[in-house]
Design a protein around this ligand. Structure first.
Ligand code: FMN
Length: 448
């Protein structure tokens, strides 16, 4: 049977997420992100449309690299203001049954124990619909919020992340046995003391000792999402992640990336089937090709390629405003996102070419056309690259999600490439059909 395509809505608790400037479009409602109804309505819409998940990005810190100030970021609302994504989950879970929630939390400014507790609590409340997008940060502005000047070295961040996860695994997987919680009123035993164990963790970055305060949630460990693309990032992702995001628009390049992931998974004793791979995309669609083209033109008139550049400047840690429009931007080693920065080494990139790439204010691959046309392109992209699904960015919100539901999903279903109803079970069950908890080959399953 041809493989079903997985689709997550890619969003953030802010107005301008990826496709910048579109908050100025008359029909865009993203400025209502500070209201619960905006999110509960969105969750219901996505579930009616059979989306697999709502994936919520997050950053700590602000984009202040471009022009060495915050002006464009503030004027254009480039992920500022932005609110804590965890605060949205219970409300959305209460109005839905199936859709999952992948929430980004930057571990560099957290303690493993408190993060583990928060995710486990939400995994209970959502009945196993939680995923964690593990990020380590790439902004000096975040470091300054916590009393430091600069980011730690890129590779050290991943070493710390590795240890952070190992502490979380101890609490999620090894502190409580499955049948510890009895809730036996007659015997007056809520929890069997012989089945709850103390964790002892002594590492380079973290020390932690004690029992977990949360009984095992449906998934124990939330589904782990990660997007590392540098050498160190790939090694981390293939060791820990169950869902890996990769960027890019060239089929050959992505195919190679997928092969690398497969190879590295094997080196970690894991199988390709234990991981789902997603690519971020933007889609503009309508009833006909002509209407989709017209919609794109209309959206373009509201988009801000310059805001896209301000975002990009912080992603790579280079002030791109200092280069003339047609100057090639030289490679400079920075401590930010390595895999994006490397492109300056191998490609001739100018501010002009970047702005062209940011025609909707974001740099994700853009698909434009009727639902049938988009469905064919996505199927081709998926089959040629070997990925499993897409993270769909929003443009005009919630219109662009609704368009995808109205035009693209039915076309994918006609091709037998999209589910017509949800499977039962937790997020992990739905993605892997092998139970609610991690497989025994995953490092989380090894006791310290
Ligand atoms: C689809 C996608 C989504 C991401 N979302 C976030 C995010 O929400 N917050 C964040 O701090 N970093 C985010 N990142 C950046 C990654 O966490 C990571 O820094 C990046 O992929 C670079 O890793 P590398 O330095 O190993 O190349 C995202 C990356 C991708 C590809």
């Amino acid at each position: 049977m041809p493989k079903h395509i997985l689709i997550n809505a890619f969003d953030m608790n802010c107005a301008g997420h990826i496709n910048h400037g579109l908050w100025t479009h008359p029909r865009d409602q993203s400025a209502q992100f500070n209201q619960l109804k905006y999110w509960t309505d969105l969750a219901k819409t996505l579930e009616q449309g059979l989306f697999d998940g709502l994936f919520i990005a997050d950053i700590l810190g602000v984009y202040d690299v471009y022009q060495n100030n915050l002006d464009v970021t503030l004027k254009e609302s480039v992920q500022l203001p932005s609110h804590d994504p965890m605060t949205l989950i219970s409300a959305m879970a209460s109005v839905t049954k199936h859709i999952s929630f992948g929430v980004t939390v930057n571990l560099s400014y957290e303690q493993p124990y408190t993060l583990a507790r928060r995710f486990a609590s939400l995994d209970h409340l959502t009945q196993g619909r939680m995923g964690w997008n593990i990020v380590t940060g790439y902004l000096d502005s975040a470091e300054r919020l916590f009393g430091r000047q600069h980011l730690r070295d890129h590779d050290v961040r991943y070493e710390q992340a590795d240890e952070f996860l190992n502490v979380c695994y101890q609490y999620w997987e090894h502190s409580w046995q499955d049948n510890a919680l009895l809730h036996d009123k007659k015997a007056r035993i809520f929890t069997d003391p012989s089945k709850v164990h103390s964790v002892q963790y002594h590492g380079n970055f973290y020390q932690s000792q004690g029992v977990f305060q949360v009984s095992p949630s449906p998934q124990r460990t939330p589904v782990l999402f990660q997007a590392g693309a540098s050498n160190k990032g790939m090694s981390f992702a293939t060791q820990h992640a169950e869902c890996i995001f990769i960027g890019g628009d060239q089929i050959e390049h992505i195919k190679q990336h997928v092969n690398n992931i497969q190879q590295q998974l094997l080196e970690h004793g894991r199988d390709r089937s234990e991981v789902k791979i997603f690519v971020g995309i933007t889609v503009v669609t309508a009833q006909t090709e002509q209407q989709a083209d017209d919609k794109l033109k209309e959206y373009q008139s509201y988009a801000s390629p310059e805001a896209g550049l301000a975002h990009y400047s912080s992603s790579v840690g280079i002030d791109l405003s200092q280069y003339a429009e047609h100057d090639a931007i030289p490679y400079q080693k920075t401590n930010s996102i390595q895999s994006i920065n490397q492109k300056f080494k191998t490609q001739e990139i100018t501010p002009h070419s970047l702005k062209k790439q940011h025609q909707l204010g974001g740099r994700y691959p853009l698909f434009v056309g009727s639902g049938q046309h988009i469905a064919q392109q996505l199927i081709h992209f998926l089959d040629e690259t070997g990925i499993d699904g897409f993270n769909l960015t929003r443009t005009v919100t919630p219109e662009s999600y609704q368009d995808f539901i109205d035009y693209v999903i039915p076309a994918l279903q006609q091709h037998g490439r999209y589910k017509t109803q949800y499977n039962t079970g937790t997020l992990r069950d739905k993605f892997f059909q092998k139970g609610a908890q991690l497989p025994s080959t995953h490092p989380a399953k090894k006791p310290e």
